[in-house]
Write a protein that binds this ligand. Structure first.
Ligand code: UTP
Length: 493
């Protein structure tokens, strides 16, 4: 991390600072917060006080009152001084339930499926979608879930997930509550999108939105950044923020009051997600696991995916950047990678386990990430940085794994279940995720016996889209389409 001179150090902004005592007298309700801003060296946020309107003043003070200045100072110091210890300990690959190949493995999976189906029928499972991220890499103006992703209909990611939930509900004659975590930056846009699309056919009562916490973004000297004369830049506190939000927003109690025992957790951007997969639920329930994880095999040793391992007897997800070259390339006898369980952020979470974690921890640790963030310069004009100028602090859901004593780790095929939308171009882009959807539908049809042309990369030539309410999986499709079906390059079912 490279630290440069602050944007605001010795800046002319200081000359414009209102006298602290006047400020405190005028806004006595905010005295302690104003004091904190000064005490922690963040008084530059009042630099344009004389230029902003009374309502802007109020909104700036409200923002200031939501900031834990002590925490920000600590997080910044940790980031600068790198007080977090590098990971130590011996890595052990976890036991993974492999994708079933033989009959006995298939029978075991089938038994798990029945348990999962039972749990779904009894209404014990809720869906939790984390959709609070800013989606900076994708760079669209609205929430990522609103992105028109389906190959032919161009329906949104939210609609895709909603229709899968509807299809699962129909299949198991059940009702599945859907909890969606948003952030202050995208909550109203998300809720309005659902309203304007009539909740995609779901009952509005079963969809529950809640917001995660926000943290200020700081420059490379720890100063809060602003993007207008009255607004401090805040960003969502990471998907790990879901832990605190579930409790603080009363979501966990709501789940319990509805008889929910386990949460199916996933991220908004995985367009191939098998929502409420009964096999996964079944393994989790059967083994009384606290948290279960779906993993995929790494594509190659240097793939930038976090891997699931045991360290000193505790389950961990470690980032590719934390893996030594030796471990990255380590192989077992059959020539496959030793550390090969790539995390795809699909989990089952036992509610009782979460309650136990709350007794041990208030929140998960924060990680610092360097970013390029457009912000206000000292002259009051916007700066569009060419290099990293800012630090964001985020907590990660997988840090909860260290508390887990019982878990199920289930391997799934990447091409069937994992294709996240992250970027506008190249890998994990609209083009690649759409192709992944088309290829999945193409494989379903091929497996039924329908002839589907593919190119030299194995990509289906043409467009296919299958509505989850028509067929949620290959087996359902088999009942509706026969092998004599002719594909003419564009198929919407
Ligand atoms: P990413 O880390 O990929 O972030 O989030 P992102 O916001 O989608 O994209 P970038 O990094 O800004 O380009 C993975 C998942 O976690 C959610 C995202 O919405 C996505 O579903 N998330 C991330 C949150 O819910 N809150 C956060 O604070 C961060």
């Amino acid at each position: 991390m490279k630290f440069s001179n602050s944007l605001f150090m010795h800046s002319p902004v200081d000359n414009k600072l209102p006298i602290r005592k006047t400020l405190e007298k005028e806004y006595s309700d905010y005295t302690s917060y104003i004091e904190d801003a000064y005490k922690f060296g963040q008084s530059h946020v009042f630099g344009w006080w004389s230029e902003i309107t009374p309502s802007e003043k109020k909104s700036l003070l409200d923002q200031i009152s939501s900031i834990n200045f002590l925490l920000i100072k600590k997080l910044f110091n940790d980031a600068v001084l790198k007080t977090t210890q590098p990971r130590q300990g011996i890595l052990i690959p976890p036991q993974v339930i492999a994708v079933p190949k033989h009959d006995t493995e298939k029978e075991i999976a089938e038994r798990a499926k029945q348990i999962g189906e039972n749990s779904l029928r009894k209404g014990e499972v809720a869906i939790l979608t984390v959709a609070g991220g800013d989606g900076t890499r994708l760079g669209i103006s609205g929430p990522k879930g609103t992105f028109p992703i389906a190959p032919i209909s161009k329906k949104s990611i939210f609609q895709l997930h909603a229709e899968k939930i509807i299809a699962v509900q129909k299949r198991y004659n059940t009702r599945i509550p859907w909890y969606i975590m948003t952030s202050k930056n995208n909550d109203s846009a998300t809720q309005n999108f659902f309203k304007s699309h009539k909740f995609f056919g779901l009952d509005s009562q079963q969809v529950c939105f809640f917001t995660q916490g926000m943290l200020p973004v700081v420059d490379l000297n720890g100063n809060l950044l602003m993007d207008s004369k009255s607004n401090i830049i805040m960003s969502p506190n990471g998907h790990g923020g879901v832990l605190v939000a579930l409790k603080e927003k009363g979501i966990l109690s709501d789940m319990k009051s509805r008889g929910i025992k386990n949460i199916f957790y996933h991220q908004i951007d995985n367009v191939l997600i098998k929502i409420a997969d009964p096999i996964f639920i079944g393994y989790h329930v059967k083994d009384e696991a606290e948290i279960s994880l779906k993993v995929v095999k790494k594509c190659h040793p240097e793939e930038k995916v976090g891997i699931v391992v045991y360290i000193d007897g505790h389950l961990h997800m470690i980032e590719y950047s934390e893996l030594s070259r030796k471990d990255m390339y380590a192989k077992i006898e059959d020539g496959t990678l030793k550390y090969n369980a790539g995390n795809i952020a699909v989990h089952m979470i036992d509610i009782g386990f979460l309650e136990k974690v709350y007794q041990m921890e208030e929140s998960l640790p924060y990680h610092a990430a360097m970013k390029k963030v457009p912000c206000l310069g000292e002259d009051g004009g916007m700066i569009d940085p060419k290099e990293n100028n800012a630090i964001k602090f985020e907590s990660f859901i997988f840090d909860i794994l260290r508390y887990v004593k019982k878990s199920v780790i289930m391997e799934v095929l990447r091409e069937d279940e994992f294709s996240p939308l992250k970027n506008m171009k190249g890998e994990n882009s609209p083009a690649s995720t759409r192709q992944d959807m088309i290829n999945l539908f193409g494989r379903w049809l091929q497996n039924i016996g329908v002839s589907i042309p593919t190119d030299s990369h194995g990509n289906v030539m043409g467009l296919i889209e299958i509505n989850p309410c028509f067929a949620l999986d290959q087996e359902e499709l088999r009942n509706k389409v026969d092998r004599y079906f002719q594909f003419h390059g564009n198929l919407s079912l």
